[in-house]
Design a protein around this ligand. Sequence first.
Ligand SMILES: Nc1ncnc2c1ncn2[C@@H]1O[C@H](COP(=O)(O)OP(=O)(O)OP(=O)(O)O)[C@@H](O)[C@H]1O
Length: 256
Amino acid sequence: MTIMFNKPVPLPSPPGTTTGTAVRLRCSGLDAGYPGRPVLRQVDASITALTVTAVVGPNGSGKSTLLGVMAGVIEPTAGDVVHAASVRPAFVPQRGAVGDTLPLTVRQTVEMGRWAGLGPWRRPTRRDRAAVDTAMERLGVTALAARQLGELSGGQRQRTLIAQGLAQGSDLLLLDEPTTGLDPEAGERITDLLAGLAGDGVTVVQATHDLGAARSAGDCLLLHDGRLVAQGAPQDVLTVSALTRIRYPATPPDRL
Ligand SMILES: Nc1ncnc2c1ncn2[C@@H]1O[C@H](COP(=O)(O)OP(=O)(O)OP(=O)(O)O)[C@@H](O)[C@H]1O
């Protein structure tokens, strides 16, 4: 198995996609999981550049595991992950992964997105500060800069964490359930912001249970039991029959 970050750009388009569509990342024959627990099996999937891709599937279907592999934090046990750029992806894990009680302000949280690129003394440069300012503005959290993380609403907190990912300056943003637990308005705001980022040169992949967010994505991967059962436009992938077949729980027929 291999994870490569330096393949030539662009990768060839997969069969069935529009000619000329640039592929940012491709998984081929991917197996991955945890010690004693195989999860992903033979996943072949492509992430289209400058698009929001939604990764959908029931609990335990392998969405977070797939994001972890794309982010390079989980090693595949078989297959390849090929990136069309040498820039490391920015990974925003699930909301619960960041403690609410951390004594951090919004600005300090976003600044952490720059840490990997700082020298041993962690002195931010003007460029670092500009990246933080831009990310905070883009996510609408500038006015919250001095607030503690624990004082924020769910939507504000989530936008702060996405700003931290954006501040990393990657062209690939991987988000694990960015709208889970938010009220519809806060969720829609994040969905719109992600679409705006894709329009501004960032490739976005989000694992989500939010079918509204998935339907407004440009592309969709449907996982079931660690296997990719469909990939394509949301209206072609998130059909009543496909969701019923995998017994996806959040599919009231009137919302399809
Ligand atoms: N750190 C871990 N160690 C062992 N098994 C794990 C670990 N993380 C997840 N799993 C298992 O791997 C499988 C896939 O989990 P994963 O989190 O990728 O699914 P998911 O589709 O993101 O689920 P959810 O929608 O509930 O977040 C599940 O059976 C889960 O219990």
